[in-house]
Design a protein around this ligand. Structure first.
Ligand code: ADP
Length: 355
């Protein structure tokens, strides 16, 4: 005789592939009917065209099929009622921040213990590559990481993290995409790659705030924000929405990069964002054991001294770093330890600098 409790127990070990929580916890198990060795399971999907229903079906068929005495398993899909979906969303938002009231009252970014905004003075200095690699390094170290690509005009996080596709939206709530354990949201998931994004201040402000409040983020240790280059509206939006955010400054050693990066850091300080430190990217190129200082020497280090903030490290110019970013698998994920180490060392320093 098959026990319904055993079936429920097995179902509690199966996660919804997008929401990453057990089907039972999400109230997706509508019914369990047992007739001899025949088990019929009713599953309520969050939205009708759930793209991952096949995966849910396969998981249920395999797992329940392994129970002793089970001869045949059937999965019957239905869709949650509006009421059920509302309850589920409330619960998901609630678990982001159990202490807060309704989801609209929830402080932005409350789901993350630390919010780290990555800034640069100008484009092309490797800010997004650093953000992605640090996210990978922190994840590798066992931390739960979320990445919000706030570089709405020049988004490149999807490409560097090798993510494409459109996030599922459940009643205006966006389910982030994932790279391994890293949750990711980018404007790039919602617009064509070469379509121009022409939003101005207020709309931009709204988009960023929406990404902070309407995304079903899991509780995380770190939220990494990839800011647009320069001292634009987005930096101010972030400072307003996330007053506890810490700013990480990325620059090359070149004066034109470090001076503009200095301006961003000073603006951040004016808006009371704490500047965590400076990272010098493209610090040198090593050939036959000799370092070539292509973009000048120590620009980042000097900027840190000037700002009186920690200098967090230098990352050399390396073909492998560029290739890995282009291939959608940042170097910090790789077992190539001598290169991944540049990012792991900085990530470790950031963890130690807990405020
Ligand atoms: P930003 O976000 O500042 O505009 P990106 O992260 O997109 O800059 O980097 C610009 C280019 O430089 C990309 O092609 C990237 O792969 C490359 N890059 C970044 N850091 C390095 C590095 N340390 N070594 C080699 N190439 C790098």
């Amino acid at each position: 005789m098959i026990d319904k409790n055993d079936v429920m127990k097995i179902l509690s070990e199966i996660d919804d592939p997008e929401l990453r929580r057990p089907l039972t916890e999400l109230d997706m198990v509508k019914s369990v009917e047992i007739d001899g060795g025949h088990v019929k399971i009713g599953i309520s999907l969050t939205i009708p065209g759930c793209p991952l229903r096949q995966k849910i079906s396969d998981d249920v068929l395999t797992k329940v099929g392994q129970l002793p005495g089970v001869e045949k398993v059937e999965v019957d899909f239905g869709v949650m009622s509006e009421e059920q979906r509302k309850n589920l969303l409330n619960r998901l938002h609630g678990s982001q921040n159990a202490a807060a009231g309704t989801h609209n009252e929830k402080p932005a970014g409350a789901f993350a213990k630390r919010v780290i905004a990555v800034a640069s003075g100008k484009g092309g200095v490797g800010k997004s590559t650093v953000t992605s690699n640090l996210a990978a390094a922190l994840s590798k170290m066992g931390h739960k990481v979320a990445v919000l690509d706030a570089d709405v005009y020049g988004f490149s996080i999807p490409r560097i993290l090798g993510l494409s596709g459109t996030p599922t939206i459940i009643d205006e709530n966006i389910v982030p995409l994932r790279k391994g354990n890293i949750q990711v949201i980018s404007m790039g998931f919602f617009v064509e790659e070469d379509a121009p994004v022409i939003w101005r201040g207020p709309l931009l402000h709204k988009a960023i705030n929406q990404f902070l409040t309407d995304v079903l983020w899991d509780k995380s240790d770190f939220l990494m924000l990839d800011l647009p280059p320069g001292t634009g509206d987005v930096t101010l939006t972030i400072a307003q929405a996330l007053p506890n955010a810490e700013l990480l400054v990325v620059t090359t050693p070149q004066p034109v990069a470090s001076h503009t990066a200095g301006r961003v850091a000073k603006l951040a300080e004016k808006t009371n964002l704490k500047v965590l430190g400076v990272i010098e990217n493209m610090a040198y190129y090593e050939i036959n054991g000799t370092r070539q200082y292509i973009f000048g020497k120590d620009g980042g280090k000097n900027l840190a001294t000037e700002l009186k903030v920690p200098f967090l490290g230098q990352i050399p110019i390396m073909t492998e770093i560029r290739e890995a970013a282009d291939a959608g698998l940042p170097m910090a994920f790789s077992d190539h330890d001598d290169i991944a180490r540049y990012y792991l060392d900085i990530a470790e320093a950031i963890v130690r600098m807990k405020l």
